[in-house]
Design a protein around this ligand. Structure first.
Ligand SMILES: Nc1nc2c(ncn2[C@@H]2O[C@H](COP(=O)(O)OP(=O)(O)OP(=O)(O)O)[C@@H](O)[C@H]2O)c(=O)[nH]1
Ligand SMILES: [Zn+2]
Length: 207
């Protein structure tokens, strides 16, 4: 890391134990100074030693993470990431409050309603006058910085996450494909991510 671009200010407010079915993680609560927005990090093992940490940036999906929705793959991806970190005994999961790729919960439900009428995930956002993807990963870089994690092996199928973190001064040493929760109810959703949003899904993967 030669020069670190300016990152949004975040405060680490509190840390505690979080026992899960996979491991006992450390749970860290962050707050963005400018907006007051709250985010979480789960860490396992010594992640501040400079060795690239197995890392997942998980974008909040209340319907998938908490309500078992089969419209997307978020819930199974969250579980798989925690399981992978536990298996390795070391790593980081950032739980970013970027619901609906950053458009928010209620606009995501508006987009779902349009998808129920046949639009795909991209066109539904556009019909609402919203960006395809409104996420900004500056806060993720700031959280990793605070945790003392300069380098990551990133679990993702989304190249935009790799380039965004890299541009924010995080050394992404490897992209680890992260596939979980594929099923008939989210097949179109996954195909759209691959075809229109540049996601590298294994059955279409070219790298
Ligand atoms: N606007 C919108 N957001 C969605 C939709 N389905 C899921 N999401 C949100 O998408 C986010 C997850 O992003 P994805 O595009 O599924 O995957 P990703 O995080 O970019 O990529 P991976 O790291 O490979 O999982 C979560 O915040 C979900 O709430 C949808 O149909 N419309
Ligand atoms: Zn989801």
């Amino acid at each position: 890391m030669t020069s670190t671009p300016s990152l949004p200010a975040v405060a680490l407010v509190a840390s505690c134990e979080l026992p899960t079915p996979w491991a006992v993680f450390r749970l860290h609560g962050f707050q963005e100074t400018a907006s007051g927005k709250e985010h979480l990090a789960l860490t396992l093992g010594q992640v501040g030693d400079g060795v690239p940490a197995l890392t997942r940036l998980h974008s909040e999906c209340l319907t998938g993470d908490g309500l078992f929705s089969l419209r997307c793959d978020c819930g199974p991806q969250l579980e798989a990431a925690l399981a992978a970190i536990a298996k390795e005994g070391r790593g980081v999961l950032l739980y970013l409050r970027q619901e609906g790729r950053g458009i928010g919960l209620l606009d995501k439900l508006r987009a779902y309603a349009l998808q129920d009428q046949g639009l795909d995930t991209v066109d539904a956002n556009r019909a609402l006058g919203l960006p395809d993807d409104a996420r900004d990963y500056g806060v993720a870089a700031a959280m990793l910085n605070t945790l003392g994690v300069p380098a990551v092996r990133l679990m993702t199928n989304n190249p935009a996450k790799v380039s965004a973190l890299t541009a924010r001064g995080v050394n992404v040493t490897e992209r680890v494909p992260h596939v979980a929760g594929r099923g008939p109810r989210n097949q179109d959703y996954l195909e759209t991510k691959a075809a229109r949003m540049g996601h590298l899904l294994p059955w279409l993967e070219q790298d």
